[in-house]
Design a protein around this ligand. Structure first.
Ligand code: ADP
Ligand code: ZN
Ligand code: ZN
Length: 736
């Protein structure tokens, strides 16, 4: 141990679990250096940008072996204390290297070492006191009054370029206003509010008021609320009303959504309701736009931040409320690299700041329902649709031994004719794109499978090819069977492409549109198609999962779910939950404008108890029963899981890696903690790699965390080998 001079503990952007000790830059004693600042350091043979995570006066490394940082890049920290602590906690909870966690939180430009400040145009803005007196006082200062009125109409502020066009010398008047505290000079680098007509807020109904009051009576403390509201019950109105209260207190709202592209309606409703700068963080932003939004949010210049998963790490100067919309959605969990769950982190973050967090969904996750049972979350409900629309009725069609043409049974066809004749729109949902999931030899049963995956290839007619949906591999359609030479190759099953083709033949004078990843690949295509639907240009809509989220189709009176069975036969224990969420979400797209909707489900398992329960008594009853099943089966949320995945070009190396981890483990097996494997997952080979899993299941989280701590030590001690790629997934939501 040495002590004396200041030691900087630096997180570097590499897959390393520890921070590294450095001395202040040459010639500096360390005065003015703070945690959260970026530094340029020599690391190995490279220079990289790191972040100071801590300051210390001693190091385990001898003084003469410590390097100095090359330079300190910031004069103010880019990550404030609480955010740093959030990152440290996330790194510890997910057992993921700190440097990479920090990288996730920083915009690319800051990771590259560019300057943190985004400076731009200087603008003058009216202040709250200014707004109060804009109409009645200042009678003796007409120029000041005129200026104030002008600024009142420009909430984003006005810059010199605009003000110089005025007919008078505005600077002295502005100075006068500024001295009275009625205006304020700020920087407006990059974010500009919309000036569109502001939406009028509707009067909340009784149940909405109850929910809003429940939250707003606790704005100064941490509470996690689960808002379970049926589709169309006015959850978004609740968000808007609460956001309004928070903004009036001068505080900020963070809204997390699954995918911006699929929820444009939510973003535009926020924009129209609040004529303030609003930051929307999504993957389509340029690096400088992202940097700007991030910086402005950290300064407190942005009232509302709406973003996907990674926005949970946005710096906030004055946070007041966190909202997670569609909290059940799997996209809050990152499925590669740093496998965090933004919903869970947002709850931690709200607790950190002592503010409420509101998790909203029509179909809450079983994890959240369990947290309600444990009194960790407080449940709030919206039971009825706002605006009087009724929820659709369900009908199950037993398709066992029925003739199915291009995926559709006769009763569904008949129902489609009826609704189309009555001028309704019909939405058919099928969660499988392409023409057919399998191409099979009718003589001998051979089927085309992917050379790199243990999976069949999907037939795509439009592309004249077969494609693997797991690795993207393509091949042309074989002319004959390589095993028996037969020319009789047939498509088995139906995807959206086949559904569309079949319906075009049958309904040849009806306009049909298909929305899936194949038809919305180009930029803007999704938007264009949705607009066509809303203008009523299409009568039959065919779609995958994409159509189950976010968008409302008020003219749709009939929803057909082509195949419910994918959810009932799957090996994934979460499949039934996902199926129920999907059914309810798809059903909720229909019949909003007061037109009653109908939902038809085709299944081979009409008597499946959970399906029956869902349809007869609704999602809440389903949730209770599904939780009971999970309890009996010792599965999450009654158990805690961590999955260690390994893969390699040869099966031996990943297997040996996991065996070594397992045999080095001393913490298990102990009571309430089981380790399963190493064993291959259902799809053993994917993208040419052999995969092996080691799964830890624990009754309590504490012992699981201890086990993972031990695993990290084991990983560090193992010689790294290029033959194995491995990753640790804490609270995995997908075990495949
Ligand atoms: P959700 O987010 O639960 O799907 P929304 O907030 O989008 O529900 O509300 C569904 C529809 O009902 C929207 O068109 C919305 O404008 C309308 N709505 C919601 N609350 C009210 C209200 N209190 N009065 C009138 N209309 C409302
Ligand atoms: Zn054959
Ligand atoms: Zn493949």
């Amino acid at each position: 141990m040495m002590s004396g001079s200041l030691i900087l503990q630096v997180a570097v952007p590499f897959p390393l679990y520890d921070t590294f000790d450095y001395l202040p830059p040459p010639g500096s004693t360390g005065a003015g250096i703070k945690v959260g600042m970026r530094v340029r350091v020599n690391f190995g043979r490279r220079q990289v940008i790191g972040v100071i995570m801590g300051l210390n006066d001693q190091s385990r490394v001898a003084q003469n072996r410590l390097k100095r940082v090359v330079e300190v890049l910031d004069s103010v920290p880019v990550l404030e204390q609480k955010l740093l602590q959030l990152l440290r906690w996330s790194s510890a909870y997910y057992h993921f290297p700190i440097g990479e966690v920090v990288s996730t939180a920083l915009p690319k430009r800051l990771r590259q070492g560019q300057k943190a400040v985004v400076d731009g145009e200087v603008v003058w803005r009216i202040t709250d006191p200014g707004r109060l007196i804009v109409s009645d006082q200042l009678k003796r200062a007409p120029k000041q009054l005129a200026l104030l009125q002008l600024l009142n109409k420009s909430p984003a502020g006005l810059g010199g370029a605009v003000l110089n066009q005025l007919q008078y010398h505005w600077r002295p008047a502005m100075k006068g206003l500024s001295q009275k505290g009625l205006v304020q000079k700020t920087n407006r680098p990059c974010l500009v509010p919309d000036h569109g007509p502001a939406d009028h807020a509707p009067q909340l109904n009784g149940q909405q008021s109850y929910v809003v009051n429940a939250v707003s009576s606790r704005l100064e403390e941490f509470t996690a609320f689960l808002l379970a509201g049926v589709t169309g019950s006015g959850k978004t109105e609740v968000y808007l009303n609460l956001a309004d209260q928070i903004l009036k207190k001068g505080r900020q709202v963070l809204v997390l959504v699954p995918e911006i592209g699929l929820t444009p309606q939510l973003v535009s409703r926020f924009r129209r309701r609040f004529p303030l700068p609003l930051a929307v963080l999504h993957s389509g932003l340029s690096d400088s736009q992202r940097h700007c939004a991030w910086y402005m949010a950290g300064l407190g210049e942005v009232g509302v931040v709406i973003g996907t998963r990674s926005a949970v790490f946005t710096p906030l100067a004055r946070p007041g409320l966190i909202i997670v919309d569609e909290e059940h959605d799997a996209s809050f969990k990152q499925q590669e690299g740093f496998r965090y769950n933004a919903r869970d982190i947002s709850v931690y973050r709200a607790r950190q700041y002592g503010i409420p967090v509101l998790l909203g969904s029509a179909t809450p996750s079983l994890e959240s329902l369990r947290n309600v049972q444990l009194h960790r979350y407080r449940l709030l409900k919206l039971r009825e649709r706002a605006g009087g629309a009724s929820l659709p009725g369900f009908e199950v069609i037993d398709i066992r031994s029925r003739k199915i043409e291009d995926g559709v049974s006769k009763p569904l066809f008949e129902e489609m004719y009826r609704h189309l004749e009555a001028d309704g729109q019909v939405l058919l949902f099928l969660n499988r794109r392409g023409f057919a999931p399998v191409l099979i030899c009718h003589q001998c049963g051979w089927a085309v499978s992917c050379e790199r995956c243990d999976a069949f290839m999907t037939v795509h007619v439009a592309h004249r090819s077969l494609r693997c949906h797991h690795c993207g591999a393509q091949r042309s359609r074989p002319q004959s069977c390589p095993d028996c030479g037969s020319l009789d190759l047939r498509e088995l099953g139906a995807g959206t492409e086949r559904l569309e083709q079949g319906l075009r033949q049958r309904f040849n004078d009806t306009s049909i549109i298909r929305i899936d990843r194949d038809t919305t690949r180009r930029r803007g295509e999704m938007q264009t198609k949705l607009e066509q639907i809303h203008r009523g240009e299409h009568r039959i809509l065919i779609g995958t999962q994409m159509l189950s989220k976010g968008h409302d189709f008020p003219e749709v009176t009939l929803v057909g779910i082509i195949n419910v069975d994918y959810g009932l036969y799957s090996t994934d224990f979460r499949a039934t939950e996902r199926m129920a969420q999907l059914i309810v979400q798809v059903a909720g797209r229909a019949g909003r404008a007061g037109k009653p909707g109908k939902v038809i489900l085709q299944t081979h398992q009409p008597e499946h108890p959970l399906l029956q329960l869902l349809l007869s008594r609704g999602y809440e009853a389903f949730g209770e029963a599904a939780l009971q099943d999970r309890r009996c089966a010792d599965l999450p949320p009654y158990r805690h899981m961590a999955l260690l995945r390994a893969e390699g070009a040869q099966p031996h190396a990943p297997q040996a890696f996991l065996e070594q981890v397992r045999s080095s483990t001393t913490k298990a097996p102990c009571k309430g903690l089981n380790i399963l494997g190493p064993a291959p997952p259902p799809m053993e080979r994917r993208s040419g790699m052999y995969r092996v899993h080691l799964l830890a299941i624990a009754e309590r989280r504490g012992p699981l965390m201890e086990l993972l701590d031990e695993w990290i030590i084991i990983f560090k001690s193992m010689r790294s080998t290029r033959k194995v790629r491995w990753s640790l997934d804490v609270d995995p939501i997908d075990l495949s």
